[in-house]
Design a protein. Structure first.
Length: 332
């Protein structure tokens, strides 16, 4: 068990923190160079920002299905990997990619910082794909038992909102616990060593902890606590000027999402080596996500606004924002 746990931990550390091995200046220089080259080339290439943890894009990249859909339109595909949502949003903002796929929190921080992008699609709610975990032998039995306890989480992430809402549901506030802000790999280490009492985390890190350590789900986003949407974002001009490309991305994502849910094990076997995780971990994570991209609705925008308002109230973002300023409500 010790060796398996260490292997998974190393894989997760590589998954979550790989970009820290590269100097920030080099990353930005590379993105700007890509943006310049793309500007000179003009149309003909869809540059997609993706993360290894974003399983559907990893599957689409491996299968080459989107390239086939875009070929009749004269477009190729360039896949640009990012370690996490904030870096992906920076790439979108400087023109290094045209579209990307992230969770609920990164776009809120990016919009508050003045980034230029639009939401144009979302995957349906996946409230069980993030959770508050405790060790299998923990005496903590309910969220109310977290009062005064140390809880690890990634600051400003989707799970930050989950924690706030679960505490609220159980008559507590963030000030009633001791938040310990850690990135996923460090959170996993603190959790396993019992330096914290609970860990709030998302898949596939959640699934890895459950499989390797027997971690117990204290509470997740269900029922009706949080949505945990995943969003498709794009540079406004690109989305507006290339509706057929966006349509093709929608169609391929829907088709691959349907195939994935019908062939979970096979999909996990394709995705696992690319994520550096065991197949059973990836399969468990895939079961908790929904992959069926839809155009943004006013209700989804309203739900996202609630998160933005919460983050502003918690002073996690410097100013109030209007999600409607960055939303394409109807599919182009």
């Amino acid at each position: 068990m010790f060796s398996v746990s260490n292997t998974i931990r190393r894989s997760l550390r590589d998954l979550a923190l790989s970009a820290l091995l590269v100097a920030a200046a080099m990353l930005l220089a590379g993105m700007l160079a890509s943006a310049s080259a793309h500007a000179q080339a003009g149309k003909g290439e869809l540059r997609i920002g993706y993360q290894k943890s974003a399983s559907l894009f990893v599957l689409q990249k491996a299968q080459g299905t989107l390239e086939k859909k875009l070929a009749p339109l004269g477009f190729g595909v360039k896949w640009v990997e990012f370690p996490a949502g904030p870096q992906l949003l920076e790439g979108l903002n400087v023109g290094a990619v045209d579209v990307g796929y992230v969770g609920e929190a990164p776009p809120i921080f990016a919009q508050a910082a003045g980034a230029r992008f639009v939401y144009f699609g979302y995957d349906p709610a996946a409230p069980r794909a993030e959770a508050i975990l405790v060790t299998k032998d923990s005496p903590i039995k309910s969220v109310a038992d977290l009062k005064g306890k140390k809880v690890a989480l990634n600051k400003g992430s989707n799970v930050h909102y989950l924690l706030v809402k679960q505490l609220e549901k159980n008559g507590l506030k963030l000030s009633d616990i001791q938040p310990v802000y850690l990135a996923p790999a460090d959170g996993r280490a603190a959790f396993e060593s019992k330096n914290v009492d609970a860990w709030v985390i998302w898949d596939p890190f959640q699934a890895a902890a459950e499989k390797a350590t027997g971690a117990r789900v204290l509470a997740d986003g269900a029922p009706d606590v949080v949505n945990n949407y995943q969003f498709y974002l794009g540079e406004r001009g690109f989305v507006t000027k290339n509706p057929k490309v966006i349509d093709a991305l929608f169609e391929d994502s829907v088709a691959q999402g349907i195939w994935l849910k019908k062939n979970l094990r096979q999909a996990a076997e394709l995705i696992a080596p690319l994520q550096g995780l065991p197949v059973d971990v990836v399969e468990l994570a895939l079961r908790r996500y929904e992959f069926n991209v839809k155009p943004i609705t006013s209700q989804v925008a309203t739900d996202q606004q609630k998160i933005a308002d919460t983050f502003f109230d918690l002073k996690l973002i410097p100013k109030a924002i209007r999600i409607s300023d960055a939303v394409v409500v109807d599919k182009p």
